[in-house]
Write a protein that binds this ligand. Structure first.
Ligand code: SF4
Length: 130
């Protein structure tokens, strides 16, 4: 079982190998491999990705307030709650229903928009929502 917080359930699908530093990126590859194979436990607060993040201080994200709000929105859109179990494929199937809303709220102002928007999944979700 792998622990992931709300917004990571969505954003992880658009990872292309870029991130804050080498340790963070290497961990992301491992987390994605595990998430595809294992049950995902919907977590609150710092998760398996945060563990290697330079912005995690005393096990709390330095932007926790803002990030927790993003997690809450992600879970509302995905119709999930913390402590639920879910699979990678279940989330992936839901992306087409929720992506337009997520894009407007969070992708447009995100510093990783240029990176994520290069993925074929991102492109196909954008094309189907235009
Ligand atoms: S600690 Fe904060 S910035 Fe770092 S991965 Fe977690 S939520 Fe993102």
């Amino acid at each position: 079982m792998i622990y992931l917080r709300g917004h990571h359930l969505i954003c992880l699908h658009f990872f292309t190998g870029e991130g804050y530093n080498k340790a963070f990126v290497e961990n992301l590859y491992t987390v994605i491999d595990r998430a595809k194979d294992e049950i995902i436990f919907v977590a609150e607060g710092a998760d398996e990705i945060c563990k290697k993040c330079p912005h995690l201080i005393n096990n709390i994200c330095k932007d926790e307030k803002e990030i927790a709000e993003m997690d809450k929105t992600a879970l509302e859109l995905l119709k999930l709650k913390t402590t639920y179990n879910v699979s990678w494929e279940e989330i992936k199937k839901k992306l087409s229903e929720i992506f337009n809303h997520w894009y407007e709220l969070y992708c447009i102002p995100c510093i990783y928009l240029d990176v994520c928007s290069k993925t074929s999944l991102f492109k196909s979700l954008r094309n189907s929502s235009i």
